[in-house]
Design a protein around this ligand. Structure first.
Ligand SMILES: [Zn+2]
Length: 110
């Protein structure tokens, strides 16, 4: 399946998402993360706080995608930063899982 054909990308191309995204930026024209640091920066992108792209059930994906409470208006830089932080979760989780697996191994065979 091509990247543009995934349910997530179809969702992002839907008129419903484009309308909600425009509405969110109308309501929150300034970056929410920058505002917390006392800076006024125009918001350019709308971020899903609970990630939508990992949700496999299409109904739950839509619920999450179109939940106004799940949206954050961000500048490009803060949006990148949020995704960097989300990605940095998984290596740590993987490392913890590997450690647990190793402990199990040594309990059995050590
Ligand atoms: Zn920002």
């Amino acid at each position: 399946m091509s990247r543009n054909g995934t349910p997530y990308h179809r969702l992002l191309n839907s008129p419903r998402w484009k309308a909600l995204r425009a509405f969110k930026l109308d309501c929150n024209p300034f970056c929410e993360d920058c505002a917390r640091k006392g800076m006024i920066v125009p918001a350019e992108e709308v971020h899903h706080i609970r990630p939508v792209e990992y949700e496999r059930n299409p109904d739950r994906m839509a619920l999450r995608a179109f939940d106004p409470g799940n949206l954050a208006a961000l500048c490009r830089e803060c949006h990148r930063e949020r995704h960097r932080q989300m990605r940095s979760h998984s290596p740590r989780e993987n490392a913890e899982r590997a450690k647990r697996d190793a402990e199990e191994f040594w309990k059995k065979f050590g």
